[in-house]
Design a protein around this ligand. Structure first.
Ligand code: FSX
Ligand code: SF4
Ligand code: F3S
Length: 327
């Protein structure tokens, strides 16, 4: 994928610098995204170009039934602060959690944003029972809000961010009282990429946004997806495949309890309920809260907690009880 650097990059760098994010920090961030996408350091320039391309689509970000942990995860990335990056580099036109507008002003912002090309990000499951009345914003059901945004000719593609938006998530767990669904289940004809996790790793999201922008602006191929519509570059291997406790699993060394000396020595958490063998995600290699070179500080199994399968469809039902060995 080749992306030319337009005026956008210089303009964006100037704006970022005014807000305390240096060019060096921005390029470091782009390098981290490139590494997450499985590319070498040279690809950072391409990431920067995609994020600042003059003809890039704006982003409309809708919230549905959820805990908002997915937005929190992205807002808590530091270095540079992602809120600055989002507000000044990605043209985020509408995001209910962080925008200042409320009420009629917010509705107008959405209406105006939909007049030009955009990428749609959907967060949260969509309640469908009784025509969707259990999820409403400003008197409009979440079904209707997502429907008008996803079916508009200006919608260039949709990213379902988080397991709730991808597959229904926690509110779709048995008995699913509001009949909550994920985006693709409700809009099967729409182009949807899932970036699941509860919450997802925000670097997987930024990588997907970059790839989607490159597709829209340069016709670059979309990332290859698996059968659950997850980009294989982030979700191509199981958590177990790359887990640092794998050598212990292979030697049948299983920690007997969370506070045991064996658990602290790094023994495998399988018998304490770890669902890493059935879960596709890049947590062990990317970890969370990225530092230099795109590798984060820690991840659940490193911290001593079993993987609960949070990036898998229906994991609340399929992977629970969380502290019992999978059958
Ligand atoms: Fe769901 Fe996200 Fe879990 Fe929470 O918005 S994937 S409940 S972390 O917040 O949707
Ligand atoms: Fe696999 Fe979990 Fe054991 Fe790691 S802790 S080796 S992911 S079963
Ligand atoms: Fe989720 Fe398992 Fe990673 S619980 S965060 S997929 S280790």
């Amino acid at each position: 994928m080749k992306i030319s650097v337009g005026h956008g990059l210089a303009d964006a760098e100037k704006r970022l610098e005014e807000r305390g994010v240096s060019r060096r920090d921005f390029m470091k961030f782009c390098g981290m995204v490139a590494a997450t996408m499985g590319m070498g350091p040279a690809y950072a320039t391409e990431v920067a170009a995609a994020l600042t391309a003059d003809n890039r689509p704006s982003v409309i970000w809708l919230h549905n039934a959820e805990c908002t942990g997915c937005s929190e995860a992205i807002l808590r990335i530091a270095d540079p602060y992602i809120d600055t990056l989002i507000l000044d580099v990605i043209s985020l036109e509408y995001q209910e959690t962080i925008m200042a507008a409320a009420g009629e002003m917010a509705e107008k912002a959405l209406h105006d944003a939909m007049k030009k090309p955009y990428l749609l990000v959907v967060e949260g499951g969509i309640p469908t029972k009784d025509k969707g009345i259990y999820g409403m914003v400003g008197g409009v059901t979440m079904i209707e809000m997502v429907k008008s945004a996803i079916t508009s000719p200006n919608c260039k593609g949709t990213i379902a961010y988080g397991t709730c938006a991808a597959y229904g998530g926690v509110q779709a767990a048995k008995p699913n009282p509001t009949d909550a669904k994920g985006v693709k289940a409700l809009f099967p004809k729409s182009l949807v990429i899932n970036v699941p996790g509860c919450p997802p790793n925000p670097v997987n999201m930024i990588g997907t946004v970059v790839a989607a922008i490159a597709t829209v602006t340069k016709g670059a191929p979309l990332p290859e997806l698996d059968g659950d519509l997850r980009p294989k570059v982030f979700f191509g291997e199981t958590v177990h495949d790359k887990c640092e406790r794998l050598p212990f699993f292979e030697k049948d060394q299983f920690a007997p309890s969370f506070d045991s000396p064996e658990a602290k020595k790094g023994w495998c958490l399988y018998k304490l309920g770890c669902k890493g063998p059935s879960t596709y995600n890049n947590c062990p290699t990317k970890k969370f809260n990225p530092l230099d070179k795109g590798v984060g500080v820690s991840w659940p199994v490193q911290a001593g907690h079993p993987c609960i399968g949070c990036s898998e469809p229906n994991f609340w039902d399929k992977m629970s009880p969380f502290y019992e060995m999978e059958k």
